[in-house]
Structure formats: C-alpha cells, structure tokens
Design a protein around this ligand. Structure first.
Ligand code: FES
Length: 110
C-alpha cells in the first residue's frame, strides 16, 4: 500500500514536455510531464552527483525531448531517467515515487 506523504507541487506548475525542480523533505526533486503523465527524479546527475542545471529551472534539451545535464551534456529519457547519451551512458537519475491526486497536487509516496 502506498501512502501520500507530502505535496511537493501542483500539476499546473509543470508544462507538457517541460520540467522544473522543487525543494522537498528529501532534497531537490525534478518533475517533468510527458503525454499527460508526471515523472520525478532527484536533481543529481549520476556522472558527478551534482545538480543538472546551470540556469534556474532549465532541465530540458532544446527540443524538449530529454532532460539534460548542463555540466557535460548527458541526456536522460523523461519517462525512465535513463541516460542515453553522455558520460553516464546507461546509468539513471534516481527515480522519486510520486502520485497525482484529484486535488491537482503531486505528492511524494512512501
Ligand atoms: S555532471 Fe552531469 S554530465 Fe557530467
């Protein structure tokens, strides 16, 4: 059984094919939306375990196809967090389990 613990964002804060980060009790979490579904990952690149972005709230590549690490250009699939190009090829962002509630809130689940 899953339990919703903490509301970390509202769905309207994350545009389709975009991403943004939120401070939570488990650290900074990136949430992205693809085809109406939401996916969340810790803001930590598996290459050097540092934040992905240089510019505030810039987590997508130019085509808004992949999450990108601005440090060395690693690309990550939005739906899986898997690195498909760059120095951490084959590794993954740390997935954060979330649940979208009917109130429009995105909650951490435990
Ligand atoms: S720190 Fe992310 S690609 Fe190097």
């Amino acid at each position: 059984m899953t339990t919703m613990t903490e509301c970390i964002a509202k769905t309207e804060q994350i545009e389709e094919r975009d991403a943004r980060s939120f401070d939570t009790s488990i650290g900074e979490v990136i949430i992205t939306q693809r085809d109406g579904l939401f996916y969340a990952y810790k803001n930590s690149c598996p290459h050097l375990n540092i934040s992905l972005e240089f510019q505030e709230q810039q987590f997508m590549d130019l085509d808004h196809e992949y999450l990108i690490c601005a440090n060395h250009g690693a690309l990550f699939e939005t739906e899986t967090g898997r690195c498909v190009a760059g120095p951490c090829l084959g590794k993954s962002l740390v997935h954060v389990p979330i649940q979208v509630h009917s109130d429009g809130g995105i909650y951490l689940v435990a």
